[in-house]
Design a protein around this ligand. Structure first.
Ligand code: E4P
Length: 214
């Protein structure tokens, strides 16, 4: 399973990218709004940091508008992936983007049939939002299990991005189930590194080393 970072904050992207583990970025309108900066400028900065798929979401709700927006965003770089909502209009847009060889990420996927439809329309990626399902008392990880199974049985190439990740266990479980990618917020990336025995182990090694120098 590969790691994308789920943020529009360039400092966060730069920091985690330096660890050498990030192969892509996902943004959404809420994440972009949180930064309060120009969208295109932000995308250009992200493109300079990460040489991999960068998802940029369209705002239009009709396919014509989605295609116009998507074409403009895609003209920034071959690495831009057009993020499209899981709607009838979104599917129509995905089909056209696919014919034009523009990569897409179908977002706001909450059941396996939506993922299958997105794949059949030609989506490059689907993003099941497991944390938001957990938030309302459903089993988000079961959705990842269902989609990975269906895509394997039918030999579907569309990649599965485990999205709406809330904590490290989501990452481990999505990896065990065979999600291709997890898109992870900055805070969770930090948590992934931590273990109390790692911290105390380093302290002990350093203390013993210091002791030997006396
Ligand atoms: C995915 O591409 C979305 O940007 C993201 O994972 C949504 O997560 P949230 O439920 O924390 O907003």
């Amino acid at each position: 399973m590969r790691f994308f970072i789920d943020t529009a904050n360039v400092d966060e992207i730069r920091e985690i990218h330096e660890w050498g583990v990030v192969s892509g970025v996902t943004t959404n309108p809420s994440l972009v709004a949180k930064e309060g900066r120009d969208f295109i400028e932000t995308l250009k900065e992200i493109l300079d940091i990460v040489d991999g798929p960068i998802s940029a979401e369209v705002i239009s709700i009709d396919s014509k508008g989605m295609i116009e927006e998507g074409e403009k965003l895609a003209s920034l770089s071959k690495n831009i992936v057009i993020k499209v909502p899981m709607t009838e209009e979104g599917l129509k847009a995905v089909k056209i983007f696919s014919k034009r060889k523009i990569k897409t990420n179908v977002t706001l996927v909450f059941n396996a049939n939506q993922a299958l439809m997105a794949a059949r329309a030609g989506a490059t990626y689907v993003s099941p939002f497991l944390g938001r399902l957990d938030d309302i008392g459903y089993d988000g990880m079961q959705l990842i299990a269902d989609i990975t199974e269906i895509f394997a049985v039918h030999d579907i190439e569309t990649e599965i991005i485990a999205a709406s990740i809330r904590h490290p266990l989501h990452v481990t479980d999505a990896a065990k189930l065979g999600a291709d990618i997890a898109t992870i917020p900055h805070k969770v990336f930090k948590q992934l590194l931590q273990h109390p025995l790692t911290s105390s182990g380093i302290e002990k090694f350093l203390a013993d080393w210091e002791g030997m120098q006396k």
